[in-house]
Design a protein around this ligand. Structure first.
Ligand code: FNR
Length: 190
């Protein structure tokens, strides 16, 4: 993480497989942001299935770390596959943990950008609706912009990095919008 970047972004991938294209996209954007922001990925491997019996003192340490990382960030960047026309269950589970306590969680008022990618023709577009419902229910500030959908993703990835120039530019524009949203929310009320 650079000392000078003005924004801290947290990247959450909806896939934990080693060759995940969604993780590759986030890793590429982290490298491409330059001094505009730091984008740090939080891998979801260790997040257990949601269990409200474990809220409070018994909160699993990986969940505690996730909630801390969300709190410490200025904004969130999600990149998720679509599974059976819905969002990744892994990511939904992480968001369920992060969304507690309801209406006062680390997600409340957190600016968020959601992206999907898929080898298919619609790039996971159907997962967006579900993801937005969840983010809005958690009181996230979803960046008001057209959704980022990356179709035919396998041809756009080389050696674990997004290499399609037009797609990189498209994603960086979306992150710019996220940074503008963060700036807007930081502005003191008139
Ligand atoms: C998929 N995939 C998929 N793709 C899509 O565009 N729409 C869909 O509904 C589904 N459904 C689906 C269900 C299940 C159970 C699997 C395993 C896969 C394909 C999926 O998008 C593809 O495997 C992605 O490459 C997964 O993302 P990562 O792991 O590369 O990040």
């Amino acid at each position: 993480m650079s000392a000078s970047a003005p924004f801290k972004l947290l990247g959450l991938s909806g896939s934990i497989r080693a060759a995940s294209t969604n993780t590759a996209i986030l890793a590429t954007l982290a490298e491409k942001l330059g001094g505009a922001a730091d984008l740090v990925l939080f891998p979801l491997h260790d997040i257990p299935p949601y269990n409200s019996d474990l809220e409070g003192d018994l909160l699993p340490p990986p969940v505690r770390a996730l909630k801390r990382a969300i709190t410490d960030s200025d904004g969130l960047v999600f990149c998720t596959p679509e599974y059976n026309h819905g969002m990744s269950g892994l990511l939904k589970n992480a968001l369920d943990w992060a969304s507690r306590p309801a209406f006062a969680s680390p997600l409340k008022n957190k600016p968020a950008l959601s992206m999907t990618s898929s080898p298919g023709y619609v790039g996971g577009a159907r997962a967006h609706a579900q993801m937005h419902e969840t983010l809005l229910a958690s009181l996230c500030r979803v960046v008001p912009r057209p959704q980022v959908v990356i179709a035919g993703v396998e041809a756009k990835i080389t050696n674990g990095r997004l290499t399609d120039a037009a797609t990189i530019a498209f994603c960086l524009e979306a992150i710019d919008d996220l940074l503008n949203e963060i700036r807007l929310l930081r502005r003191p009320a008139a």
